[in-house]
Each structure stands twice: as structure tokens, then as C-alpha cells.
Design a protein around this ligand. Sequence first.
Ligand code: NAD
Length: 477
Amino acid sequence: MLKVNSYIGGHLVQPSTGHYVDKIDPRTGEKMGEVANSGPQDVEFAIHNADQALPAWRNMRPSERGRILIELARVIRLSEDRLGALESAETGKPGREMATLMDLTAQYFEFYAGLVNVMDGEVINQGPDYHVYTRRDPFGVIGAILPWNAPLHQAARAIAPALATGNTVVAKPSEHTSASLVGLARIAVEEAGVPAGVFNVVVGKGSVIGPVMARHPLMRKISFTGGLTAGQELGRIAAERILPLTLELGGKSANIVFDDADLDAAAKGATTAFTWNSGQWCAAGTRLLVQESIHDRFVEKLLAEVAALRIGPQFDATSGPITTHAQFEKIQSYFQIAEREGLKPAIGGKVASGAQLGGGWYIEPTVYTGVTNDMTLAKEEIFGPIVCVIPFKDEADALRIANDSEFGLGAGIWSRDIGRVHRVAASLDAGRIVVNEYSGGFVQTPCGGFKQSGYGREQGIDALSHYTQLKSVIIRL
Ligand code: NAD
């Protein structure tokens, strides 16, 4: 039985409340452990530890911090099986996906550990009477509030640049998937040499401890990855405190298939776009815009790809269960909404059942055709394996539909016309455009949203500027 406690100041810490909540295995629907339900006192303790550890960590030479984080990356790779199995168990992700996700987790530490050596200010020439320069200072204690869909990957992309630039961290994983991040913090401190107190994890419900983190006077910045509602609540607190935020929120990304595309590749890619991680992917391509002239031919190929998916708990399944029961129920509610709005599934449309699925939370990958962009299914983020096929006439029509959304996280373009690709990419209101594949980009490519998908950027070199504050030094000689 899993028992998950916070990890603060280099020690496992039981919740001051004395309370735990059950952790249910999404693959079976049965209890698999208990997770600490921490309270404000635990947040206070973690922030105090992070603050105590700050002076030594921020004053360490960047090359020395980098060396420790490179060592952490090495230990992550050595612990790949153990940490990957933990994440797979608590999320329900098929085991085969963990090798890639663990590799990305390690890459974040490698990338930022190296980059911090070249992160510098600049000298600004003001003539012979002055020496003027800028420097990038850490914020201090940074909070990382994280979701459940790719726990270690999302944690590493926020924590690696925060630590590399000399901040200390209090991370709060989702209450549904906390064990793997506690495991990561432990190997950071106990095996890689990250000083105790530099990387802390508080485990508990976000609605209770998230606002406490944001209100704490020693909390200097929060990087939040999650849904719009919690992001808005943090935004209100941040407005009162003038607390800098990075907000990585949800999406309703358009994936546009033009009539000159390689339709076989597009059908495969469009299937992955909405079914990877059972659709629990912020940038999932859930509005599939298909040019009218190839619509029927393309949909036939798409349905064949979807029919070939293997859903289940097995290591090599194409997708696993939905990670939380609330999300499992939320997705099902969209089947009723679809029906009310006159839509019929071309495939899927119900809970997946079968001998090996037992009491697990599995949803059939579902395709709705004939959807218009004003329908609820095309407007709201579902965070499940449901795609809306929306026909369009021409390039202008595709752009109009794609940009007619409150969200702007990702987008896909399928076309062999290079001119069209650049024109459309330039006009799409989205933070990341992927062409002729549908993927999550690289550690080195910035990630973040337009409109209600958030602000600030994770990943890439640009993230360094989101974890530091610029200072000018003006010296009269
Ligand atoms: P969520 O907003 O429910 O929870 C995210 C985190 O916030 C959790 O740790 C949760 O405990 C905490 N939290 C909840 N209420 C809070 C509050 N009032 N104050 C502070 N923290 C609070 O999101 P989720 O269900 O865990 O994740 C799914 C959402 O995350 C989707 O909307 C998805 O699109 C988004 N997401 C975005 C990205 C991105 O990079 N843009 C990546 C992954 C997930």
C-alpha cells in the first residue's frame, strides 16, 4: 500500500492535520494507498525550510549548481524504472510511455544546468563616466503547483529552471499523483546532492493549500500548471500581493487538415492528437478541422485508426484509464451534452468495458462528425479522448474557425504547401504550432498559451527569464 507524505527540509513529513485521503488505482477502481492531506502549517514549514536554504543556494556559483543538477539528471536516468513505475501506477499511463517521459524529465535538468552557465546580464555603454550593467537575480522561494496528467515531466520543466537560476522550491503535486514527485525530491536531496530545503514537496489538496502558498509573504513567484478555475483563483490572490505568476492552463486546440496533406499521416497524427494519454493533454488536438473536399475520405481513414487503438491496463496499450474519478464522470457528461445538441458518435461514445478493464476508468476514444464550432463540445476543454470533426471550405474559413476559441494553447497544420503552412502558422492565435505531426515539442521549445490558455512560458531558453528578475546596476565612476 502506497503511503505518500510530504518531503520537507530533506525529510518525509507526516501531515500536521493527521489526515490522509485514499488514492484509488484508476486501472482497477480499487484503493492503492493513502496520500497526506496537509494543511496550512505544513505549507508554512516547507516555505520556512525553502527560505532558510535560499542564501547558500542562490550564492553558489552557477557552475556548481549546474553540476548538482546534472548529477540529478544522471540519478533520474538511473531511477527511471522505479520512478516511471510509480508514475505509471498513480496515473494509469501505459508503462511503455514512461521511458520517453523519464528521458524528458532528465533532459530538463541537463538543459537548464548547462544554460545557467551562459545566463548573464549585459553591459550598457553610457560613456566613460559610467559602468552600467544588468544581472538576473532569482526571485527567492518559488511555488510550483502541478497537475496530474504528466506529473514528473510537468514538475521538471518548472523546477529545473527555478533551481538552476538560484531559487528554492516548494512544489505541490496534484493530490491524485503525488508519489512520483516525492520520489524525485528524495533522490535530488539524498542521492544527487541538492541541499536539504532547496527542493521541497507539500502533498495535499490544492483548494486548501494552494491559496495558502500564494498568500504566504515569503512566496515570491508561482508557476501554476492546471485548469482555468484554479488559475483564476490564484490570479486574484496574485493581484492583491503583486505576486508574479506563470500560468500554463488548458486548451481546445485546432488541428487543421488541408486537402493537399498526406491523408494517411494526418489520420494517424490526428488520432494521436486526441487520444494520447486518453486525451488528458492540455494541447490535445480536439477540434479537428477538415477541408470539405477531402472530408469523407479523411474521416474514413480516421475511424480506421481509432478502431485499431488498444485501451487497457497493459504495458503496451495505446492508452490507459482516466486518472481521476471526477474526470471520468466529467467526460461522460459530454456524451449527454452531445446527444442533446444533436450529435451522434461516429465511433465510441461510451465507457469502455471488457474482461481486462474490470472496474477501471476507461473511456472509448470518440469521434463526433458534423460538429460546428459554436457547439459546447467544440468550445469547452473536455480533457478526455473526444474529438470534434469540423468541416471548412478554404484557408480563410479554417483560420476563422481555429481562432474562434477562448483558448490558444496549441494548433496543428497538415499540408504540403510550404507557403500555406507559414501563412497559417503566422495567423493562428496559439502558443505552439506543429506541422505535419502532432507532438508536444521539445525541452528546448517554449511552451505556453495565448488568451485563456495562460501567460509566461515554460521550456526553452525563454523560461530562464520567467524564473529570474532583471536588475540594473548604474555606477558613476
Ligand atoms: P487543476 O486546476 O484542478 O489542478 C492543478 C493543480 O492546482 C493541482 O495541484 C491542484 O491541487 C491545484 N489546485 C486546485 N485548486 C487550486 C486553487 N484554488 N489554488 C491553487 N491550486 C489549486 O487541474 P488538473 O485537473 O490537475 O489538470 C488538468 C488541467 O491542467 C487541464 O485544464 C489542462 O489543460 C491543464 N494543463 C495545462 C498544461 C499546460 O502546459 N498548459 C499542462 C498540463 C495540464
